[in-house]
Design a protein around this ligand. Sequence first.
Ligand code: F6P
Length: 343
Amino acid sequence: MRIGVLTAGGDAPGLNAAIRAIGQMAFRDGHELIGIANGWAGLAGAYAGRNLMPADIADIVGLGGTLLGTARYNLDSPPGGRDHVLAAIGEHFDALVAIGGDGTQRISHWLAERGAPVVGVPKTLDNDLLGTDYCIGFDSAVSLVAESLDRLHTTAASHHRVMVVETMGRATGWVAAMGGLAGGADLIIIPEFPLTMDEIIAHLVKRRSVGNAFSIVVIAEGINLETLGGVESGSVSSEGVGGVRLATRGVGQFLASRIDEHGGFDVRTTVLGHLQRGGSPTAYDRIWATRVGAAAYDAAIDGKFGMIPVVRGGDVELAPLITVAHGQRRVPRELYELCAVFF
Ligand code: F6P
């Protein structure tokens, strides 16, 4: 069997562990593994597949990024990209494993509906795909946020400052909330439960009045600036294609300047940015990337196309691709309320 594999959308630590799992099992069973460069771009434009050898995937379980390369690529502009991909799959593969987030899996679903032998693997460090408790890259991002907050604590305490920390999180606040919980944040602001400037200032003033000389405020980059009294200057990019890039809106810096305007606080901002996506995956990410990668391989071999392995209740299950393709899994109120116990 010729098994193709691609990684699409933003990279995330753990992608290589998933590729390795698919590849090792394919080689064990005598199948071919074809790596496609740069996601859908490697099928929509000039064909960019190449046969991978066991040596290509040896020793990559702990390697960050993706050895295949990835891209944010719009298959609908110019039109015809999807049909090109459909034809390329028919020509080159008996099965294709597409590792990616909701945008990638919407395309996988579209292809599978037209008879393409596609299986998905859930990846987004935002961890907000519907229908799965885990997406590759999340634990590594949360660990980076927690470690950063630990570091910021010592300097915040020394200078009695308010430290605003901006994390990734396009539509939801999983990275901010769980990173903030693990790193002892004194306030967490996420799209699911936005706070007004009055509420934020009141919280900082109250903390100081009860003897807390410093505060660490974590804010997700996806916050609508209008909730902080700002103005949105255009439509925000979806899948990182078109529109305003989230990070360029500078929500962390904006919040810091609003706190500064209030007066009485010495404020600094840290934008964690792509540090959250870089580097080696945590053990947790390696393990789950291996488990969902292995389950995707099994599904491909069994001809269970149009499916994606998801994590539910500590186990891997197969779900139809449509389950993860539309909408986001939001941080539930009870979890945010738990975070707020420590504010
Ligand atoms: O969707 C995952 C994500 O990491 C978001 O949290 C972030 O807004 C975006 O990707 C950044 O994308 P890019 O690497 O294209 O700037």
